[in-house]
Design a protein around this ligand. Sequence first.
Ligand SMILES: [Zn+2]
Length: 241
Amino acid sequence: MCTFSDEELARYQRQMTIPEWGEKGQGKLKEAKVVVAGAGGLGSAVLTYLAAAGIGNIRIIDNDVVDRSNLNRQILHSEKDIGKKKIDSAREKLATLNSDIRIETIGEEINENNVFDLVADYPIVDALDNLPTRYLLNSAAIKNKLPLFHGAIYGLEGRATTIIPGTTPCLHCLYQGSLPGEIPVAGVTPGIIGCIQATEVIKYVLDIGELLTNRLLVYDGLSLKFSEMKLKKNPNCAICK
Ligand SMILES: [Zn+2]
């Protein structure tokens, strides 16, 4: 079992008093490894809350640089970071939030040749903004039997689901083809969806509660309603059948 410094005990005190969590659960988080693909809008929310919760090893993959047009939603990055690599900006911010965790950054574009090395054997957070790269993550997750925490946004709408290979449909069962390049985004939307993804990661690591499996959570910010769609495997799916 993990031992904690006095500083760590103080930092995590309020979450360790959750009955299902406790010091044992905090130890699981400390030993956990998670890879987050994308340090943009979704990634900003996911990374902030995973780091704050004490996920001990976080790998961030992103090959983009901070642009002024990112600042309405990508809250890990600031005006002074414009032109800087997002992985560097993200690592700096997260290190000031929690210096007890290890943050590893990879500034590569994910492609079919490197995706298996990049995700290793870590649970994967899909905080990307394009379907072709999401499909690569999905294939790696299915092949290596890794959970994939999917989130997507459009304007004031968002979606999330948790994919467990062998148990749930995969991303390719749900989506096919591609979406248009630059989409409208209100900054609050990736904040909400990213927090849902982070909640799922934490529950998965702690092995508590009920995961968002076999269902797609659909969020509509305009009406402020959450709804759910039941998901079924596509028996003809080229990736997971
Ligand atoms: Zn599938």
